[in-house]
Design a binder for this molecule. Sequence first.
Ligand code: NAD
Length: 262
Amino acid sequence: MDLGLKGRWALVCAASKGLGRGCAEALAGEGVNVVITARGETDLLAAAAALRAQHPAIEVRAVAGDIATPEGRAAALAACPQVDILVNNAGGPPPGDFRDWDRAQWIAALDANMLAPIELIKATVDAMAARGFGRVVNITSGAVKAPIDVLGLSNGARSGLTGFVAGLARQPRLAGANVTINNLLPGAFDTDRLKKTLAAGAAKAGQPLDEVAARRRAAIPAQRFGTAAEFGVICAMLCSSQAGYLTGQNILLDGGSYPGTF
Ligand code: NAD
């Protein structure tokens, strides 16, 4: 199926690795020109080179910087001739106990996982509406639906974004102008972040990593971790020209882990 995206421009944040990169690859595969960002320049330039090699017909621009800062966002926006598609993403906050978190840690989590996406949405959606096409996908977390105790910073910051988006996506001046805003909620995906989380869990429990990983996989109805590539394909589908009636939704991609009927 042709997703009708050829020639569009996408800003994909935090995309040198993992889920963001999966989204950039899937969009590039649909003929979308991409601006990708990440903090570390080496991995980012390698990701950009790989994208160019795979998709020589599109333009790929790489902007190193922290998307949680005004400077990082300004540089990313300046590199994108027009943002037709915005994929909001950033690293997740660290785990811990809320008794140990001070204001600075809360503000860092809010900056990365709530306020940065809101600022980028603010900078782009009205122009999308004026052009009659726009797609915003926020990478959040399954923890928004089923909170994970030790990820309180993530639960809180991402829920704030989710509540904000629920209201904004339903503004007629956006939804009525073919601008959609949706959240993609990953469960367990086989990325560097998951590897680090599993390694930390195994070290804490004093158990072999492969046993901890096997138990985690076995607890997922799909019996495996997701891949960044399959995450990216769902992102591209949400961005498709055909998906204009799908807005304000929280799409869980978790291999069946969330146990609820709805
Ligand atoms: P990852 O560690 O594999 O990749 C993160 C990417 O983000 C890298 O390219 C890194 O350079 C970039 N990055 C991080 N912080 C940034 C910042 N402030 N500015 C610019 N770039 C930044 O992580 P991932 O597994 O792809 O996770 C992506 C998001 O999804 C994270 O917020 C994570 O918490 C969330 N998530 C992941 C999973 C999972 O199982 N992988 C599950 C739930 C939620």
